[in-house]
Every structure is written in C-alpha cells, then in structure tokens.
Design a protein around this ligand. Structure first.
Ligand code: ATP
Length: 607
C-alpha cells in the first residue's frame, strides 16, 4: 500500500530551552525582542547552521568596526591636518581609509555568501520537515484541515521566514551594533551631547512597543486570510468541472472576491498602521539631529566641544539614524515572520493521532488474515459510527460489506490499514493488533482499490510502478496484462510512456481503474481492499474489470465494499451493515433464503 514509512518520519519537537533570539535588556533594542520571542522555536532549524551564522556575525562585527573608523579620520583631518596646514599629514590617514574600505568590502562579500547560503539551507530543512510532518499525519488531520491552507503554510509562510533569516537576523545584528557602536563613540566624544542624542531613540523604543502590539494581530489575521485564499483556490480548481457544469462561475467569482477582499482589508489595515507610525517614528528620530546640531553648537560656544568633534558627530549621523530606519523595517519584517511562523509552528507541532507504538512489530511474511473483534468506532469526538463489528477474512476468502448508504462500510475498510484507530475492540492482522504493527509494514501487506482512482501526473509506467518502485518494465507489463490494461496501454501512441495528465484526466474511468488494479497486482499484497471498485465504470467495461479483479483476489484475503450486489454474489461471507451494525450475515444463498434487508436490496436491483 502506498504509505509513508512511519519509521523514517522524524518528529519535530519544540526545544526545551530556546537559545536564539533571546531578549536582551537594552531599551534601544527592546522592540526587536518582542516579536522575536515567538520566533524562538526556529532555533532547532538554525542550529545546524550555527557555524555559518557565527562566521557571518564575526565578519559583520569586524566589518562594522571598519565601517565606523573613517569618520574618526575625518575629525582628525579637520582638527589636526587642516587646522594646522599640515599637508603631508594627509597621506597616512588617506591610506588607512583606503585599506579599511577594502577590508570592509571583503568582509561584506564573505558574510553575504555565508549567511545567504545558511538561510537557503534553513528554509530547505524547514520546508522538508513540514512536508515530513504532513506525510506522517493521519487521515483525520486532513479531514480537519484545508489542503490549500496547508499548501500556503508550506510555501508562502516559509518563504516569509526565509526573508527573516537571510535579511532579518543579519540586519538586526548589523544595525544594532552600528547603533550601539556610534552611541558609544558619541558618549566618548562628548558625554552630555551623546546622551542628549539618545533621548529620541528611547522615546522611539516605547512607541514601537505600542505599534507592535497592534500590528501583530493584524499580520496574524492577514496570514490567515492568505491561507483562506489558498484553500478557496485549491477547492475551486479541483472542482472546476462542477462549477462549469452548474454554470456557477459568477457565484464562485463573487465568493473568491469575498475571500481576497478580506485579505486586502487585513493588508490595508496594516498599511494604515504603518503609514501612521513610520513617518511619526522618523520624525521622532529626526529630533536626534536637531538636538545634535543645537546642543553641539551650544557646547562648542561654551568651549566644551570642538568643531572637528561636531564634524565627526555629523559623519556618524548616517550610521546612527540609518540603522533606526532599517531597524524599523526589520521590526516590521519580524512581525510578519512571527505571524507566518505561528502558522508553520502549528503545523509542525500538531499531534499525530496514529503513530507507531514503541514495541510495534514488522510483518515479516504477511499471511493476510484480517480479524475484526467487536469493533466500535467514532470519527473524532463524534457519535459512534460502528458498533460491535466482528468478522474474519482469511487468504483466499472474500468478505463483502453491503448495506444502505452511510451504514459505515467504507469506514470498516479504513480501519484495516489503520487510517484511523478503533474506539473499542480491535482489528488484527495475522494475529497482531494493527496498533502494534509498524504502519509501513502493515500497509505494504495490503492494496486498496477505490472507486475514485488517484493517478499521479506522470507516465502510465510510473503510475503502475507506484505499487512496487523497483519493479522492472517487464513486471509492470505483466501486471498490466493481468489487470486487462496492457492492450489499451499498448494502443496509445506513446504506450507505457504516455503521460496521464493531472489525476489521470487523459484516461477514461475504466482505464484509470485498470491501471490501479495493475498497481495492486504489482504490489502483490496479501490483503486486498476493494471499495466500490467497479461502480464508476460503464457496464461494458465492468466485466473486464471484474475479470481482472477476480484474478487479483485469488489467494488473497479480500474485503469488498460494493453497491452492485452482483459483484458480491460469490463472496464467502456477506455482512449486511445498517446503522453501523451487522444486521445479517452469511453467503448469498442463505441471505436470500432469510428474506431480510439483503434479499430486498437484491430484488430492488434486479428491478
Ligand atoms: P456509502 O455507501 O454511501 O459510501 P458507507 O456505508 O461507506 O456509505 P461511510 O462512508 O463509512 O458509509 O460513513 C459512515 C458514516 O460516517 C456516515 O454517517 C458519514 O457521514 C460518517 N463519516 C464518514 N467519514 C467521516 C469523516 N471523515 N468524519 C466524520 N464522519 C464521517
């Protein structure tokens, strides 16, 4: 059976003591710590790249030291060279500046390369962990979540996180260091003036806290609305035939516009918040320059500062006020990332309802004996759907499940591969409770042929080979022949290399069905589960499929669900389900003699 290998599925766990993005105590940097606190869970994914991050940070620190040096040279030239008309004194400082700029450029090149590569690796790991987690989820999880929303989480939300790691962490460290470095130099040059210049930044830090509190919820809502768009799109594209058949394009367009409008509104709300806050924040920061100029001139006139000193201050202006702008942008990026991460983290941390027990065994040579012992079942917290179901299917024996729609027939089938766990009683395969068999081994022992055959957008050959990936072409052809599929495949222009289209749209229902039977032949399972396997096809191709199925069933334990009672006539045991209970059981002849529900259903079908 095509299933995820449970033993290969590493489970993501939240770290006990997150190490990254820890909040510092600096008032200036306080605001960048707020959103980052919820980004702590990213650390397990960043950890493998800590060497690269450390190297990048080292280059950054050295690069910033190099960057901060030239304005000191400017001050030196004004006060010591120009003021003293010392022409030869120009050479040394100029050469130093040229050297410092060169080293800065080299450090920047190394840092960009190292950090960006680490960022790409981080996203690669995170996306694959998310996919692995999705693969390990039970069907109950997918019944509760919208496919398009899950796709948006694995694609768009993770992309947003990529921005933070590549641009964000680097930029936060760089700008914070610049800001702290310049603040230190300011205070060293003229303590009073330095402290005065810091006042607007402290005000800004408090303003940013308030902004973050408000924008966080807006960004969360916006990411959720983006997920809604993905879900709606996925739903509508999969159901495009129904939309067209019922001429509901206009209604669906309106519904889609409703979803996108809600996304737009969330985005506009964020724009409104940003467009009010950012100019105000910039204006607060600009007060630093006003204070610098006014108090700088004042201290020069008092003889407590030099003109060269003020020129140096001015030279540092862009390293001081530039980072404030950048940090505000990065703060915004962190807020978006925090909203995106909340969604990815939810996916990664979702509990898995069907897992391998620690003592789970592998079925070495599955015999194929299926036993239901007094099974009760409910979907999630819902009402019980199945009550006290007991039966046994042994190799070569066919058990059929019939009954009215909604009686629980498909649910019984879903319990055999452990798509869901029973609520009471037990399902056993070869005498082992399925909860104590490794899922990969359990599902390899069986094949499921359904009414709605799923084919991948690949060649016929690869679709059949999905049943056993290492099968040779000859084996695939032999399986196709057994499934009465070889002739129609051979007649196609590209034979086994024909692409089947998305979900196999280029094939007829009967052809798709035979390919899925060929898949099952190739898998050579001990247990065969047939769920309305002939219901979707024309009566004339039904007998071809029926003949293929008869061949497939030989020697295997088969459980069949069918509305077409002619298909189950030859079953060794027919269970008649009604309201989740077995109301009649036995072979066709004795059920007919009983004259109950089964006999009435047969009469109805024979018309
Ligand atoms: P049909 O012959 O129409 O296919 P069935 O006998 O196979 O019906 P099931 O599909 O097993 O019936 O469904 C049995 C009951 O379980 C139904 O009432 C159905 O609504 C409910 N059900 C099926 N799947 C789910 C699910 N994933 N979550 C909740 N309830 C479900």
């Amino acid at each position: 059976m095509h299933c995820a290998r449970g033993d290969q599925l590493a489970t993501y766990r939240r770290p006990q003591r997150p190490l990254a993005f820890r909040g510092g105590k600096s008032a200036i940097l306080g605001y960048v710590n707020r959103p980052a606190s919820s980004l702590r869970g990213l650390w397990p994914f960043l950890k493998p790249y800590r060497g690269a991050i450390a190297l990048g940070t080292a280059c950054l620190v050295a690069g910033i030291a190099a960057e901060l040096f030239p304005p000191l040279v400017w001050g030196y030239i004004v006060d010591r060279v120009i003021a003293r008309h010392n022409l030869s004194g120009l050479v040394g400082p100029s050469a130093v500046m040229a050297g410092v700029y060169l080293v800065g450029s080299i450090l920047s090149a190394v840092r960009t390369n190292v950090v960006e590569r680490a960022g790409q690796g981080f996203v690669f790991d995170l996306r694959n962990a998310a996919y692995r987690k999705l693969q390990s989820q039970s069907l109950a999880y997918f019944a509760q979540h919208r496919t398009g929303d899950l796709m948006a989480r694995v694609a768009g939300d993770i992309d947003t996180l990529q921005d933070v790691v590549i641009r964000g962490t680097d930029s936060v460290i760089a700008n914070a260091l610049r800001l702290l470095g310049v603040a230190g130099i300011f205070i060293a040059l003229q303590p009073k003036l330095g402290l005065i210049c810091l006042i607007p930044i402290v005000v800004l830090a408090f303003a940013l806290r308030i902004f973050n509190r408000r924008v966080k919820n807006v960004y969360r809502a916006s990411r959720a609305r983006l997920g809604d768009i993905g879900a709606k799109l996925q739903d509508n594209l999969s159901g495009v035939r129904v939309i067209k058949a019922f001429a509901r394009e206009e209604d669906e367009q309106d519904a889609f516009e409703g979803v996108t409008r809600r996304y737009r509104d969330a985005q506009v709300e964020a724009v409104n918040l940003r467009s009010r806050f950012f100019p105000a924040a910039r204006y607060i920061a600009q007060w630093g320059q006003i204070l610098m100029l006014g108090f700088g001139a004042y201290f020069i006139m008092l003889g407590q500062f030099t003109v060269g000193g003020l020129v140096t201050y001015r030279g540092y202006g862009r390293y001081f006020f530039g980072p404030i702008d950048d940090l505000m942008d990065i703060n915004d990026l962190l807020q978006r990332a925090s909203a995106a991460w909340a969604r990815v983290e939810q996916l990664l941390e979702a509990p898995i309802s069907v897992t391998d027990a620690p003592d789970a065994v592998a079925l070495k040579r599955p015999e194929g004996r299926v036993e239901f012992r007094d099974v009760g079942f409910a979907y999630g917290d819902g009402a019980e759907i199945l009550h006290g179901i007991s039966f046994t299917a042994t190799p070569g024996k066919m058990v059929a499940l019939v009954g009215p729609s909604g009686a629980g027939k498909s649910t019984v089938l879903n319990l055999v591969p452990r798509f869901y766990d029973v609520t009471s009683g037990a399902v056993l395969v070869d005498g082992h409770d399925v909860r104590h068999i490794r899922q990969s081994s359990l599902r390899s022992a069986m094949a499921l042929v359904q009414q709605d055959t799923f084919l991948f957008n690949d060649t016929v050959l690869e679709n059949i080979r999905y049943g056993r990936p290492n099968a040779t072409e000859e084996e695939v052809e032999a399986a196709a022949a057994m499934a009465n599929a070889h002739d129609f495949i051979a007649e196609m222009p590209e034979g086994y290399e024909t692409m089947v289209g998305e979900r196999g749209v280029r094939l007829s229902g009967g052809q798709r069905q035979r390919i899925s039977i060929a898949r099952a032949f190739l898998a050579n399972p001990s247990i065969l589960l047939l769920d309305e396997a002939t219901s979707a096809v024309e009566p004339e191709s039904e007998w071809i499929i029926q003949a293929a199925l008869d061949r497939l069933m030989a020697g295997r334990a088969t459980i069949v669900v069918s509305h077409r009672l002619s298909m189950v006539r030859g079953a060794d045991e027919i269970l008649v389900l009604d309201g989740g209970q077995v109301v009649e059981r036995g072979p066709h002849a004795s059920l007919m003699a009983l004259g109950g529900l089964y006999a009435r259903m047969v009469e109805l079908q024979n018309g």
